[in-house]
Design a protein around this ligand. Structure first.
Ligand code: PMP
Length: 361
């Protein structure tokens, strides 16, 4: 197959084609160095420019000031699940977790292993069809933080509000909605995202946190597990995932050039509405997994009347160059991930296919 398909994979996911082409054009000779970005030192001025531009553009997009630092870590968001309690919680100051899906559950379990995790709320009993409401959040007194997963990639749910925590620092896993719309980022003390959905390839975690928080992590932690190491050394204590950061920088620039988060938010809302309309107007043929009040604009999850029809949907979608629509095994059915780089035309094609498929079956 020579043509690119519409790729609805949940992550790694579609990247802007313009960015991929630019990367391709620079691959052999990066900015006149006569070397690839893959071959130069992470301490070379040419790389430093990449590193600083990525950070500056992300901060500008998020509207955050000097009280926040950006650090790049490896190990995926899954490693961050452990780094957070290691760096910030203690038995006397546990982390408080709102459980809204598999990833928040995994984050919580890492804190439990360290004896520092408590549950603020859980919607597990309802098969995670919605995120917890503000009035359900029972934050442990003296908690080190409240941890939420803002967008639940597997279940297709998302917070449409920022929790009030009464002074407890607010931490959020934004892996699957990072930079997808304007948000009150400054209400958060620690934000992190595995970048392989909205922002780049796998290999780096983007962390944005209050400066003073990063500065005060336990000295007894191993060097590379301590956030202060990353802060003090501008994420260059060791060799960072250079190539992933380079692409994140390009994606941030791509977002800026297209009007920033306001433009992303508008386009993403429009795309999500197309798919939810296709579900809602299907006379029950398509059943959304998420409660309407918690619907994600990034991952649209739905089931069909039978598993046979679901198999046929995946196969026929593929024939229409619509890939990656099979849902996660824990929810079943379909999931269309429609991150920033998914063009409107791709979502229009999927919505049209959904209508056609329903009429046919
Ligand atoms: N959090 C969320 C919301 C995710 O969607 C994912 C990955 N799908 C993770 C965490 C885990 O990320 P990683 O694979 O980078 O460890």
């Amino acid at each position: 197959m020579n043509e690119r398909i519409y790729n609805f994979n949940p992550g790694p996911a579609v990247l802007p084609e313009d960015v991929l082409k630019e990367v391709q054009s620079e691959l052999l000779n990066f900015h006149g160095t006569g070397m690839s970005i893959l071959e130069i030192s992470h301490r070379a001025p040419a790389y430093d420019e990449v590193h600083q531009q990525a950070k500056a553009d992300i901060k500008e997009l998020m509207g955050l000031g000097d009280d926040y630092d950006i650090i790049f870590t490896a190990g995926g968001a899954s490693q961050t699940f452990a780094l957070i309690p290691l760096n910030f919680a203690a038995e006397s100051r546990p982390g408080s977790y709102a459980l809204s899906g598999s990833f928040s559950q995994k984050a919580y379990e890492e804190a439990v292993k360290l004896g520092v995790g408590t549950v603020a709320a859980s919607t597990k009993e309802e098969n995670y069809v919605r995120v917890p409401r503000q009035d359900e959040l029972n934050i442990a007194p003296g908690a080190a933080y409240l941890h939420i997963c803002l967008n639940n990639t597997i279940y297709g749910t998302e917070y449409h509000y920022t929790p009030q925590t009464n002074g407890v620092p607010l931490f959020a896993d934004m892996s699957s909605d990072m930079l997808s719309r304007p948000w009150d980022f400054s209400s958060y003390d620690f934000i992190y995202a595995g970048v392989q959905k909205n922002l780049g390839p796998a290999g780096v975690v983007l962390n944005i946190a209050k400066k003073e928080l990063l500065a005060n992590t336990p000295a007894e932690l191993p060097t590379m597990l301590r956030y202060s190491t990353f802060q003090k050394n501008d994420s260059l204590y060791n060799t960072p995932p250079v190539f992933a950061i380079y692409i994140v920088g390009k994606v941030a620039r791509w977002i800026k050039e297209r009007g920033g988060l306001a433009a992303m938010g508008e386009a993403n809302a429009k795309k999500a509405a197309l798919l939810y309309d296709a579900i809602d107007s299907s006379d029950g043929f398509y059943r959304g997994h998420a409660d309407k009040g918690s619907r994600s604009r990034m991952n649209v999850t739905f089931r069909l009347p039978t598993e046979e029809l679901e198999k046929a949907f995946v196969a026929e979608a593929k024939e229409h160059s619509l890939g990656g629509v099979k849902g996660h095994r824990s929810v079943g059915g379909m999931r269309a991930s429609i991150y920033n780089a998914m063009p409107l035309a791709g979502v229009e094609a999927l919505a049209a296919f959904m209508n056609e498929f329903r009429k046919k079956h």
